[in-house]
Design a protein around this ligand. Structure first.
Ligand code: TXA
Ligand code: MG
Length: 359
């Protein structure tokens, strides 16, 4: 029998790093979760911070470890539609076809909350967000625990989501029991969140399933006022958590939107001006325009090609964290085209930005 690690004298936990491929690692993680502990685990989108979704004390530990506001509800992770007993009730007609089409995968459905779900998971709402993640380690872990796992992204509240085990440790080392290291995640931005309890259904957060792909299965899908990504306090909040600061590295992010050539020119000029003031500047660039910054002497992170939103999404949060670690004070970020996964990338960049400049 595995015991939860005990806090030391300063109240810190010893965070174990478990290699997900090592024999017994998933079982060990599952044992910690069954005892009410916290384990971060990889999904196909980002790392989640997992707890037994039916255990209110364990769920409370998630909020404490992240510093998450108590009114921001959590997603329950299941192996599939066969795990919804007690989780959701009165499934809306559109639920089954969406689960059939997109689960396991990066689609979170907001459903009427079932009787087994503690109020803390749903932040007191009568709805619950549910998804089946498409990652073998996540699925094996949920199966081994035998219950749904409540899991927000495994970052300190307000920071970029973690796409690597080292990012989880950067934020949560000593605050959680373990992290299952399954390598870098494949999609890199979080799941798409759709509220099926609204009529018509509403897109609360763009994410791993592009809105274009949903349209076929969900005609008439509405959009929350601010789902395209506006800053803290600006307009109505789409998902309950979206009004809080989000995805922000320590450096000040300035986002430039417009045609690629004009963006590159504006970024280059701003970088020069800031460097002149003695600020440490970094650029978050696309492959097509990265050449414009060679002469600057600033750190340049290349997200990938503008024609490959999948590649850009995969690198987005890691690039923001890496530029932070490199000591950047200001990150000048190029906007990217909003087709497909680009909508989710731009949503995250706009939320991370303290300033948006349209050129
Ligand atoms: O890809 C993902 O979704 C990742 C991985 C770990 O699964 N999880 C994730 O969780 O991004 P989190 O907590 O960082 O974001 C969940 C979002 C928040 O904006 C939250 O407000 C919203 O889903 N949400 C959760 N429950 C809700 C509910 N009952 N009604 C409306 N929105 C809800
Ligand atoms: Mg999050």
């Amino acid at each position: 029998m595995t015991r939860r690690s005990r806090p030391d004298l300063k109240g810190r936990l010893h965070t174990q790093v478990l290699n997900a491929d090592a024999p017994g690692a998933v079982e060990r993680a599952a044992a910690i979760l069954r005892e009410g502990g916290l384990v971060a685990f990889p999904t196909e989108t980002v790392y989640g911070l997992g707890a037994d979704g039916f255990n209110p004390e364990a769920v409370a530990r998630i909020f404490a470890a992240k510093g998450r506001p108590a009114d921001n509800p959590l997603i329950l992770h299941v192996t599939g539609a066969d795990m919804l007993a007690g989780v959701a009730r009165d499934l809306p007609a559109s639920a089954r076809p969406l689960m059939d089409a997109f689960w396991p995968g990066p689609l979170t459905l907001v459903l009427p909350r079932g009787p087994a779900v503690p109020a803390a998971v749903a932040a007191g709402r009568d709805t619950v967000a549910v998804r089946a993640p498409a990652h073998p380690v996540a699925l094996a872990l949920i199966r081994a625990v035998g219950r749904p796992l409540a899991a927000p992204s495994a970052n300190r509240s307000g920071r970029p989501s973690p796409t690597r085990a080292e990012d989880v440790l950067e934020d949560l080392d000593g605050r959680i029991d373990a992290v299952l290291d399954g390598g870098p995640t494949g999609i890199g931005v979080e799941s798409t969140v759709v509220d099926l309890t609204a009529s018509p259904p509403v897109l609360l957060r763009p994410g791993g399933v592009p809105a274009e792909a949903l349209a076929a299965a969900l005609p008439g899908l509405g959009r929350a006022e601010a789902a395209a990504g506006s800053r803290v306090g600006a307009g109505p909040a789409p998902a309950p958590g979206m009004r809080y600061e989000h995805y922000a590295p320590r450096a000040r992010v300035i986002l430039f939107e417009g045609p690629a050539g004009r963006v590159a020119e504006a970024v280059r000029r701003r970088a020069e001006a800031l460097a002149h003031e003695g600020r440490r500047v970094a650029v978050l660039a696309t492959e097509e325009t990265a050449g414009a910054y060679h002469a600057l002497g600033s750190a340049v992170a290349v997200l990938g090609s503008r024609s490959d939103p999948g590649g850009m999404g995969r690198r987005l949060f890691a690039a923001l964290r890496d530029l932070d670690r490199g000591g950047a004070e200001v990150i000048l970020a190029e906007g990217v085209p909003e087709a497909g996964l680009g909508e989710a990338i731009m949503d995250r960049l706009r939320r991370a930005a303290r300033e948006v400049i349209r050129v």
